[in-house]
Ligand binder design. Structure first.
Ligand code: BTN
Length: 247
């Protein structure tokens, strides 16, 4: 099954995807949408040759076995704020995948403790122009994941025919959660928070993750501050499970 307009558009219920660009192969779907694209325009590629991840990383897909797409958004403030938008999108991805999906702040969706999907937010939020990119390993065989990702990444392990209905469902969930009150989206996110209560480390220290604040930042209690110590708010960045000692 291909992700062509003929296959996908009849399934769409929400406002997203009325403008729909499809490519058999693209560098990155993030580059297929320009600032004049209408809110909810979608760009999909069957395969990306230069898939991009956060923090300058690459996103590798297996042709026909992954879902790689981007959505143009002109969200009104305050939802245009970076962390909030990322966690709301991750929430939508988790909802589309199912109850087994958890979210690792800010943008990773995990199944069984391994990353199965990622969210990339780019653009100019101050001008209400955002490109939201989502990649999901839907039908990739575990052995076909890059060797350096074997221990931390996984696949939904579904048949390739599931890629196209997942796209339609995901666009529906995305439209739903972006329209929801930010507080509701955050509450729902918290129910799937993979980090809350766990020991984590970040570039400046280590401690316990307490959950996600309403603005999308991560609440942590540094180990050095003790049981009743002060909380910190971390911006979306590099957070690792574990104390970081011994790494
Ligand atoms: C991450 O986990 O760091 C984010 C990965 C985002 C990947 C998607 S795939 C569709 C869109 N196009 C890209 O080049 N990247 C995003």
């Amino acid at each position: 099954m291909r992700l062509t307009p003929d296959a996908v558009l009849p399934r769409l219920r929400g406002s997203f995807g009325r403008e729909y660009a499809w490519a058999e192969e693209a560098g990155s779907t993030q580059r297929m949408l320009t600032p004049d694209a209408a809110h909810g325009s979608v760009a999909v590629a069957e395969h990306q040759t230069e898939g991009r991840g956060r923090l300058g990383r690459v996103w590798v897909d297996e042709p026909g076995a992954g879902l790689t797409f981007s959505v143009a958004l002109h969200p009104p403030p305050p939802v245009a704020r970076w962390p909030e938008l990322t966690v709301v999108a991750a929430r939508a991805v988790a909802a589309a995948i199912g109850p087994e999906a958890e979210i690792k702040e800010p943008n990773d969706v995990l199944v069984g403790g391994r990353k199965v999907a990622g969210v990339l937010v780019e653009g100019r939020p101050q001008e209400a122009w955002v490109v939201l990119g989502i990649g999901v390993n839907v039908a990739v065989a575990q052995d076909d994941l890059p060797p350096e990702l074997q221990a931390i990444a996984t696949s939904l392990g579904r048949p390739p025919a599931d890629v196209e209905p997942l796209l339609a469902l995901l666009l529906d969930r995305l439209a739903h959660w972006l329209a929801a009150a930010p507080h509701d989206a955050m509450e729902s996110y918290r129910a799937r928070d993979a980090l809350a209560g766990r020991e984590i480390s970040w570039s400046g220290g280590h401690g316990t993750a307490l959950g996600v604040a309403d603005d999308g930042r991560l609440r942590v209690r540094p180990a050095a501050s003790g049981e009743d110590g002060d909380e910190l708010l971390l911006d979306a960045g590099e957070v690792h499970l574990g104390s970081g000692r011994g790494r």
